[in-house]
Design a protein around this ligand. Structure first.
Ligand code: SF4
Length: 449
């Protein structure tokens, strides 16, 4: 048994989706995905992972002693060695499910493996990638899933269902509402009105683990680092959509303006966080960054220009995450949310996946809760997304980007300068997303001299 896979995580839980919902299941999540669905709830799987041999993965799965295993992602079919993995798991007598985004042919999936094929609806932003011949490869045990964000998605899904006679050709057709975007009762009413032969699918695992309102009392708490910028606000909105109760931490670190602190207050209010703390930790005492007053903020740099720019604040995210960890431990929380991004970003070393992973290990070693067995999780949901994808996701969640502030060097009324790296990245993001920036033409803010 040879072969190598990049694995994001292997864990034992309750299956939350498909007709197997409710059954104990081992999940093997493979790293990487070449889609960017607007509502994706596993962006941490885009880049985070480590190499493991197929034999190691099989042994890790077997160690749970569970008869059901799901191979998921990311997009699991991107890695060639997923096929021998599936074969080996079947050889061991396990029931094997593979969930795929539906844009890669499933023709190499071994016989006996249950295929769960996602068909991407328009609001995902990826419906052009659907590989329609996959629907001709469905077997009687396979399932088709549509994640539905709105009525247009529903109509799209209904059309595919009817054109391809899916209900007669596979074990189940699943319609799943996007959490926080489409209310389940609305989708239920549409299905009933049209008498569709589909199943309304709610994500059972989120109810079990307290990620949805009403699921448990109290809800899970997450400390979110809220700077007031576009990224941190989107990450916070995503965490809220996941059902977390938010504890927002804003650090006044001696930045040269108060605009983003004002923005953090606005966004904390809009997201109805449970508590918002502003900590004053004046890193300008150390200097070393143009953001804290050591020199001018660079203007009109090319996006992607090599080198770490002068706006890097020495060890800022290490300091911020340490503060968030301290508050999380005091709250009895194990989830921390940070809006770092390693795609459309300024090249800061403390925005990379390796740093986030290393900090999680540090948290386990550095805290009383950690040594007593708590597993701290640093959620960096934007880390593999482009700015355009981030903005589309935030808009889908109803985030008002007019409340945010991204500029490193705004005018007195908070008006963006339009020349710093952050303004350039923000402008690129809105252009890529194909929507106007609400801060453009905001006459309530004084123009920068
Ligand atoms: S939801 Fe979309 S973007 Fe996220 S892992 Fe699945 S296919 Fe990839």
């Amino acid at each position: 048994m040879s072969g190598m896979l990049t694995i994001n995580e292997i864990f034992h839980s309750i299956q939350g989706e498909s007709t197997y919902a409710g059954a104990p299941c081992v999940f093997v999540r493979l790293t990487a995905c070449d889609l960017r669905c607007t509502w994706c709830d596993t962006p941490y799987a885009f880049t985070e992972g480590r190499k493991r041999t197929v034999a190691e993965v099989v042994e890790a799965v077997a160690a749970f002693g569970c008869a059901l295993v799901e191979i998921t992602g990311g997009e699991p079919l991107l890695q060639d060695d997923v096929y021998p993995l599936m074969t080996e798991l079947r050889t061991r007598g396990l029931t094997v499910l593979v969930e795929t985004g539906g844009h890669i042919s499933v023709d190499r999936v071994p016989d006996g493996v249950v295929k769960i094929i996602d068909v991407k609806c328009p609001a995902s932003g990826e419906s052009a990638r659907n590989h329609w011949p996959n629907l001709d490869l469905l077997g009687p045990a396979d399932e088709v899933k549509f994640v539905v964000a709105d009525r247009a998605d529903y109509e799209f899904a209904r059309g595919v269902l009817e054109r391809h006679r899916l209900a007669a050709r596979c074990a189940a057709v699943l319609f799943s509402p996007v959490y926080g975007v489409l209310a389940p009762p609305d989708l239920a009413a549409w299905i009933l009105a049209d008498k569709l032969p589909v199943r309304l699918q709610l994500q059972v695992h989120k109810y079990i683990w307290g990620l949805m309102p009403g699921a448990s009392d109290p809800p899970r708490k997450a400390v979110v680092l809220l700077s007031g910028g576009l990224d941190s606000c989107t990450a916070a909105a995503m965490a809220k959509a996941e059902g977390f109760e938010l504890y927002a931490l804003t650090v006044a670190y001696g930045q040269r303006h108060a605009a983003e602190l004002d923005a953090a207050r606005r966004v904390a209010g809009a997201l109805a966080v449970a508590r918002h703390i502003e900590l004053r930790i004046d890193l300008s005492a150390f200097g070393g960054s143009s953001l804290t007053g050591s020199g001018a903020v660079p203007r009109d740099r090319a996006i992607g220009e090599a080198g770490v720019p002068s706006t890097y604040v020495p060890a800022r995210n290490t300091v911020f995450l340490s503060l968030a960890l301290a508050w999380a431990e005091a709250l009895g929380a194990t989830d921390i949310v940070i809006g770092v991004n390693a795609v459309d970003y300024s090249g800061y070393p403390d925005c990379r996946p390796a740093f986030i992973e290393a900090f999680e290990r540090t948290a386990a070693l550095a805290t009383k809760a950690g040594v007593e067995g708590a597993r701290f999780r640093v959620h960096a949901p934007l880390i593999g997304m482009t700015k355009g994808e981030i903005i589309r996701r935030g808009l889908a969640l109803g985030l008002d980007y007019g409340l945010t502030s991204s500029c490193y060097d705004p005018g007195p009324g908070g008006a963006p300068c339009g020349h710093c790296d952050s303004c350039a990245l923000r402008a690129k993001g809105f252009a890529d997303a194909g929507v106007p920036d609400p801060l453009e033409g905001d006459t309530s803010r004084s123009p920068r001299p």
